[in-house]
Design a protein around this ligand. Sequence first.
Ligand SMILES: Nc1ncnc2c1ncn2[C@@H]1O[C@H](COP(=O)(O)OP(=O)(O)OP(=O)(O)O)[C@@H](O)[C@H]1O
Length: 355
Amino acid sequence: MSHLVISAATKTFGAFTALHEIALTAERGDFVALLGPSGCGKSTLLRIIAGLETPDAGTIEIAGRDVTRLAPEKRNVALMFQSYALLPHMTVTENVRFPLRMKGGLPRTDQDEKVEEALGLVQLHDLGGRYPRQLSGGQQQRVALARAIVAEPDVLLLDEPLSNLDARLREDMQVELKRLHQTLGLTTVFVTHDQTEALALADTVVLMNAGRIERKDSPEGIYRNPGTVFAADFIGGANILTITVRRSEHGWSGTLADGTPIPLGDFSGLAPGRHRFMLRKEQVSVSPSDTGLIAISGTLEARNFLGGVTRSAVRAGGQQIIAVGDVTEPLAIGGEVTIGWRREDLVPLAETAAR
Ligand SMILES: Nc1ncnc2c1ncn2[C@@H]1O[C@H](COP(=O)(O)OP(=O)(O)OP(=O)(O)O)[C@@H](O)[C@H]1O
């Protein structure tokens, strides 16, 4: 049986349904990201696992135990909020010791050992005597993390753990979180609205949309084949093309929004008609020299230098298509360009997730 099992969990607030019959499982040691736009229900789902909210229907099982009606402290889970919620009148050591005291049953010397170990894991061994106000934001965040892991929870729950940090620190902490997860193997569920963070950290990405799970897959899986228009759009980096698909004795072909004809790969599962396709921005090249590409002409509308790559916005095929890549030639805004992609780079999308 899976380590965490959420079955048909529904949560309403008055007339509003925040979660619709959520079914989700995670294995021991999984690192799961709950990803989605503001208001999609990610925090509510996390709070239901933590026991801070009770579902109206459905069950939550952790390590083989039905915890649906158990109080948060009886679940052996740890929840870390974005605000860290450190106790200001306690030192770092006392803050980290707090869950062990609450849990009880561990002699003081064993507590000391565990606190030391947790502070070591987040690289704060020297700061145990300080108070939270004497720490930087990043250090406070590490203390909160040490406090969350010290009691070896069955599930570690992180609600937007990095959102209060500046970009640089965030990247460092991403590396840190991943390392910590690899060292401890704690089953971890974390909430984020940042798709790059979800892709960088998790082994499983659960994309939520309006109280439902839109898609659950590995980071690579959801990136390469998001499945739906919403997922392709949210995971980022995707052009979404509307193509009218036709089939003749010569194979599949299509027309873009303005009638521009293009050849297509083999989409044997697709009915003829209008469909939407994903075309990743990094798979579109501007003024391609490779003649094997599907090439259409367009007008360069904008160009942004992003450091390692350049982002070009081209009006072509009746819509704007974005290309991100290495462009060396100087091209004039408003000028004619050719863009190209490989036939297999077009990935069909469903309008909505199958329910
Ligand atoms: N206590 C509550 N009472 C009424 N509505 C609530 C309550 N808690 C959450 N909601 C609503 O449920 C929906 C889901 O909220 P939730 O906090 O889970 O979203 P979220 O995906 O975590 O969003 P965000 O990224 O903005 O935190 C929202 O529309 C929210 O307004």
